[in-house]
Design a protein around this ligand. Sequence first.
Ligand SMILES: [Zn+2]
Length: 471
Amino acid sequence: MNYQTVIGLEIHAELLTRSKVFCSCSAEFGGEENTRVCPRCSGAPGSLPLFNRGAAELAVKAGLALNCKINNFSAFDRKNYFYPDLPKAYQITQFFSPICSDGYVNISTKKIRINRIHIEEDAGKLIHDDVKKISLADYNRCGVPLIEIVTEPDIRSAEEAKEFTAAVALALKYAGVCDARMEQGSLRCDVNISIMPEGSEVFGTRTEIKNLNSLRSIGRAIEYEYSRQKALLEKGERVIQQTLHWDDATGVTTALRSKEEAHDYRYFPEPDIPPMFITDEEISAIAATLPEMPESRKVRYSNQGLADADATLLIADKALADFYDEALKGYNNPKSVATMIIVELLRRMNDSGLSAEELAVLPADFAELCKMADDGTVSRGAAKDILKQMLETLKKPMDIAAENGMIMSNDSSEVETAVDKILAANPKAVEEFKGGSTKVFGFLMGQTCRTLGKSANPAIIKKILEEKLMK
Ligand SMILES: [Zn+2]
């Protein structure tokens, strides 16, 4: 029997606030263990949380970037559970009234609905020492603000899950909400997965795979879990609802615990933080600070005539897309500018390990270079050399071209003189050409180019050489 996979995701994204969500400890990644901890984030009795309003602003930005409704009223709740990574023994989250709801993200195949986005605090980190057989706790991450983005069960394959996660990560980066560094855990994903016979409308029993921190792991874990559940059903056994851990090294999921239901967490309203009100005016003011989002940028680039792959490549890096937009202001030829970025600039950036943010070449100078190559001021080959020197010296393209004698001579009388000289010096080749051997043409071209040096304009030489030989 064929089975259909049904997937819902919960994406945890750390917010780019400087301090933690309920205290003033630094929220920065890393640091020596347990040095960014205070009575508030370690849950000392009598300490009271103080809400960091900056976290709400970023959560609203995330909601807007992911097409959500922003709720004017939201409130915090306590989620009670006992685990060594959580010294308070409860997590402050938004269970009953989240800050955002009813959003969506378009992927290439469909629209994936977002049920809600809520704010919560991150837990600490446990470090398991397999040799000494002990576990150590680092509470630096305790209280770092997170948003949790919860989808509807609209995803049907590993590919869709990966595409959705990548699209969310990109939108959050554009919005300045989260740096989405999956390898550092600032964006991680829980996958809820079940399977049902193809054509069925009734979802099977789901399992939850926790804390996947790369697109590759998401894909592999989904494919493994699909096969595991299918094998169980085919043997006539049941899938047990439980929480699973994915091991990237062994490529299998193992059971962490049987799945809790909401009532296991004994949610109740957080008594120490007042509910949060955000006015429509405040929401509009935040919306006005958002840049153009990747999806609409891609549509705009396609309308400019860029190929789908090129548009996708440009929007994948906001700094690069910004550079492209700025360069167009200097030379409005989208295809030419995009091609020069993708073929030449990206290659050089990759070679030197330069990121688009670190790029010091001015977009206006880059635009000038594209124009010079297009209008024949310099040859295509020379343009590549000029770009290399621009990256190294930040000089203007025209100055580099002039200093290196790269400005092409479009003066045909100079070319004619040179061609005449070459033809006179190579009577045998001319004879062969007239006798039908066209392969000597390349030889004569080469000779003329060499005589004229870097300023040779191949198109003009070819034209004049042809005219003279055909006489
Ligand atoms: Zn603290």
